[in-house]
Write a protein that binds this ligand. Structure first.
Ligand SMILES: [Cu+2]
Length: 137
């Protein structure tokens, strides 16, 4: 495209030059669009690093809506569907004690990939099964 444009210009044909210029303008526009698109997408993906995970607590286990998440901020929405109080602890962060029928939100930033153990810290609950591992990639 560019070579033919230069060739037309070299021939000195005004018509050819105009045609070439029009072509160049048309050719440069999609590439500008692509650059903007890429910038847009990278912005969106940094926003997309906030992941929501629904956690259901019952006696005596947790059900998570996701078994693995991407690095970044993860918002755990923990609902206690059990008959006794529970909490949810992961990566050194913990919800308050959640009464039956209540819920709590725990926001955790995972900076490193790895396997993160979670558990209920009410005595005996983790041993009874309220524990697991969340994979962070
Ligand atoms: Cu518990």
């Amino acid at each position: 495209m560019r070579i033919s444009l230069y060739r037309l210009a070299a021939f000195g044909a005004a018509f050819g030059f105009l045609l070439g210029a029009a072509n160049a303008a048309a050719a440069s526009q999609p590439s500008q669009k692509t650059t903007a698109d890429v910038a847009d997408r990278s912005q969106r993906s940094s926003h997309a690093s906030v992941t929501s995970v629904a956690v259901v607590a019952v006696e005596f286990r947790f059900r998570l809506s996701k078994k693995s998440v991407h690095r970044g901020t993860v918002v755990f929405r923990v609902v206690n569907h059990g008959k006794v109080a529970h909490d949810f602890k992961i990566a050194g962060r913990k919800t308050p004690t959640i009464k039956p029928g209540k819920s709590a939100v725990l926001r955790v930033v995972f900076r490193k990939a790895g396997r993160y153990a979670y558990l209920c810290t009410i005595p005996g609950h983790a041993a009874a099964g309220m524990k697991g591992v969340l994979k962070v990639a």
